[in-house]
Design a protein around this ligand. Structure first.
Ligand code: ATP
Ligand code: MG
Length: 183
């Protein structure tokens, strides 16, 4: 499974539709301070099911919606889509149904988020589990936030363990066990 495209509409500073093609190999994003580099990485984290608005450097989840700038009016919704190339058929079992997996998350002001997987409505949970099982979850060590290296050095052992569990691909199992215990 590989990330192949990221599409944004109205997410943070990206009011116009933007499509980022992720070619095989290394992709670098360069630009001046405040141009939206971190916002792009946050869009990826968000579409993978991030539930913490703080992880979006926001004071509420609606803050990910473009709030207007200069002469551009604020929007009432934001949408991010990630396209995964699954031609190697390595997606977690229950999602391993197609060569391409397209996951989208849309938020409307004061309405919360809805998710779709290849056009079908799914729960946030389904999307979170897909990525947790693939060891690329929103909290995965594969996504390193600005400032995170410093935090990692100062982290408590339990926090460090959570990262190791995600790296080992077992955080999906833990989260299913937690869900089963609540029933
Ligand atoms: P640096 O190099 O300093 O790390 P960066 O390229 O990572 O910068 P970001 O932090 O991604 O920049 O982008 C910050 C910009 O995004 C700010 O100008 C901020 O005003 C804008 N921004 C964030 N949220 C929104 C929003 N909801 N609506 C409009 N603009 C937003
Ligand atoms: Mg940044």
């Amino acid at each position: 499974m590989k990330f192949s495209r990221l599409k944004l509409l109205g997410f943070k500073s990206f009011t116009d539709p933007v499509e980022l093609v992720m070619e095989p190999g290394l992709t670098g994003i360069v630009g001046p301070n405040g141009c939206g580099k971190s916002n792009l990485v946050e869009a990826l984290r968000w579409v993978m099911g991030e539930s913490s608005y703080k992880a979006m450097r926001a004071s509420g989840m609606d803050d990910v919606i473009f709030s207007g700038s200069g002469n551009r009016p604020a929007r009432n919704s934001a949408e991010v889509t990630v396209v995964l190339d699954n031609t190697d058929r390595t997606a977690p079992q229950q999602f391993n149904t197609a060569d391409t997996l397209e996951i989208s998350r849309r938020i409307e002001r004061e309405q919360g988020s809805v998710y779709k997987l290849n056009g079908r409505d799914v729960r946030a949970r389904d999307v979170q589990l897909l990525f947790a099982d693939a060891s690329t979850g929103a909290h995965s060590p594969a996504l390193v936030r600005q400032g995170q290296i410093g935090e990692l050095i100062a982290a408590k052992p339990t926090q460090r363990r959570a990262l190791l569990e995600e790296a080992a691909g077992i955080s999906g199992l833990y989260s299913r066990r937690h869900e089963a215990e609540l029933r």
